[in-house]
Design a protein around this ligand. Structure first.
Ligand SMILES: [Zn+2]
Ligand SMILES: [Zn+2]
Length: 254
């Protein structure tokens, strides 16, 4: 999708579902560990502002189907922390990926499974992993202020709590060890490889996430500001879960 013109108005994505307190996570949630180490947080604090406009970065993100589950979740957490829940950069990246996912799953009569499997296979590694970023590295001593700004998990936990009723419908049954027939991209690929999957059941889920993720990304543009719904906000978590798998999301946000 085309990049929307960035709105001048900053709007938090934090919206509480009925009956959900949005002023902070429960005490036991606060203790959950951030998926990233300090150097990674330092990097993402700067990456969001500068690197996403780089064509090479965008191409690698497309060819890798985003980032690995740990870096993707960390990306969301840092962006939410820095921008008070305003997730413009992740929304654009993952709306683009879900649009590509919908195209990859489009019906075709010849060699459909092989074609879909090839389209859904990542051909590049997770970009931060490829850079050698690891959770054990310490941040630069001069960067601790920005690391502290980006380390808060509460904004992402609030978003997850406020949208949970919707994104849980898209959780992969194998990631969650449930009876759901929904599959994330990695598990869909595994089942395609085993010849055990019919694609029709998955097209609706992917189209649903893609439609709402696109609406969310578009809502950051000036002309569509304020048009996003709670389902649109949930679609960002749905998109990351679909692309990278749900296990780490469920561990942190579930
Ligand atoms: Zn990674
Ligand atoms: Zn899965």
């Amino acid at each position: 999708m085309a990049l929307p013109e960035r709105s001048l108005e900053k709007r938090p994505l934090v919206v509480a579902a009925p009956g959900v307190e949005s002023h902070g996570p429960a005490p036991e949630v606060v203790a959950r560990a951030h998926p990233l180490g300090d150097l990674e947080i330092q990097y993402f604090c700067r990456f969001g502002a500068e690197k996403l406009d780089d064509l090479g970065t965008r191409v690698q993100l497309i060819q890798a189907w985003g980032m690995c589950d740990r870096h993707a979740l960390g990306f969301l957490a840092v962006e939410a922390s820095l921008n008070d829940g305003w997730l413009f950069q992740p929304a654009v990246v993952y709306a683009d990926l879900m649009e590509r996912a919908e195209l990859a799953l489009a019906r075709g009569w010849l060699f459909e499974r092989a074609r879909v499997a090839a389209s859904l296979t990542a051909v590049e590694p997770c970009w931060p992993c490829h850079m050698g970023l690891a959770s054990t590295y310490e941040a630069d001593a001069t960067a601790m202020d920005i690391v502290n700004d980006g380390r808060r998990l509460e904004p992402l936990l609030d978003i997850a709590a406020g949208t949970r009723a919707h994104w849980t419908l898209w959780v992969c049954g194998l990631c969650a060890e449930s009876t759901s027939v929904v599959r994330c991209r990695p598990h869909l690929l595994a089942e395609l490889d085993q010849g055990r999957v019919g694609l029709d059941a998955h097209r609706g889920c992917v189209a649903d996430i893609a439609r709402h993720a696109d609406a969310l990304a578009a809502s950051f543009g000036w002309s569509r500001r304020g048009t996003e719904t709670i389902v649109d906000r949930a679609a960002l978590i749905g998109a990351v879960g679909w692309c990278a798998g749900w296990r780490r999301i469920l561990d942190l946000l579930g």
